[in-house]
Design a protein around this ligand. Structure first.
Ligand code: CA
Length: 228
């Protein structure tokens, strides 16, 4: 699954440049032109990382950062500030407010990619890499290959995306609605029961002889992949 980057930048040319380059680098990109739009977009769907310009119309970057950090659901989204040279005080204030890193304009795309990947790796170990390992399950995202205990596991595309999402957050419980939104997308209408069907298929496929069921059903809450 491609990491989702939200770019919050009111300078059109820079926003476009970032969008173009991040997409080319394999990220999914959404752009917000001001702080208010950014808050709405985050509420609709949480990005994996936010590139946040400091000087924004309506709601400033620092205010966006403060609001995101004050809410449980959005507290842990990595935020990288984009600041102009010389705004030293802003940078310090930004890190105080909870930004994870900052980058000074103008910057090289290469440097930005490195920062984004570093933040993702620190906060969501499974997301930035091509190969992920959780317990005895390994996933190669490039080769689209899954193994359990060294044996190949054959998955349909939906089960693959589902497992990918679970492997990005081992141990965390997701409701059916959260899984629908993350794996199918919020713009698709699918019944919650469909999630049960695909989790069932995933479970069956992962059930290699001699291994324990890696997926935990949490009554009235949802599903989790055991982290062990
Ligand atoms: Ca700006």
């Amino acid at each position: 699954m491609q990491p989702h980057v939200l770019v919050v930048e009111d300078e059109d040319a820079l926003a476009e440049l970032l969008q173009y380059n991040l997409k080319k680098e394999g990220f999914r990109v959404t752009v917000a032109a001001d702080g208010e739009e950014a808050m709405i977009l985050v509420e609709e769907r949480q990005p994996d990382v936010i590139l946040l310009d400091w000087m924004l119309p309506k709601v400033s970057g620092i205010e966006v950062c403060r609001r995101l950090r004050s809410v449980q659901d959005t507290r842990n989204i990595p935020i990288i500030m984009l600041t102009a040279r010389g705004e030293e005080a802003d940078r310090i204030r930004g890190l105080d407010t909870g930004a994870d890193d900052y980058i000074i304009k103008p910057f090289l795309m290469k440097e930005l990619f490195a920062r984004v990947r570093a933040v993702l790796r620190r906060i969501r170990p499974g997301l930035a890499d091509d190969t992920v390992l959780v317990g005895d399950i390994s996933m190669d995202r490039v080769a689209h290959r899954v193994q359990r205990n060294g044996k190949d596991v054959h998955l349909g595309p939906t089960e693959f995306r589902l497992l990918d999402y679970f492997m990005q957050h081992p141990g965390r419980v997701f409701s059916r609605e959260q899984l629908l939104d993350a794996v199918w997308g919020s713009d698709v209408y699918v019944e919650a029961r469909t999630v049960d069907v695909h989790v069932g298929r995933l479970r069956k496929a992962l059930n290699v002889p001699g291994t324990a069921d890696p997926i935990r059903t949490v009554r009235s809450a949802g599903y989790a992949l055991n982290a062990e």
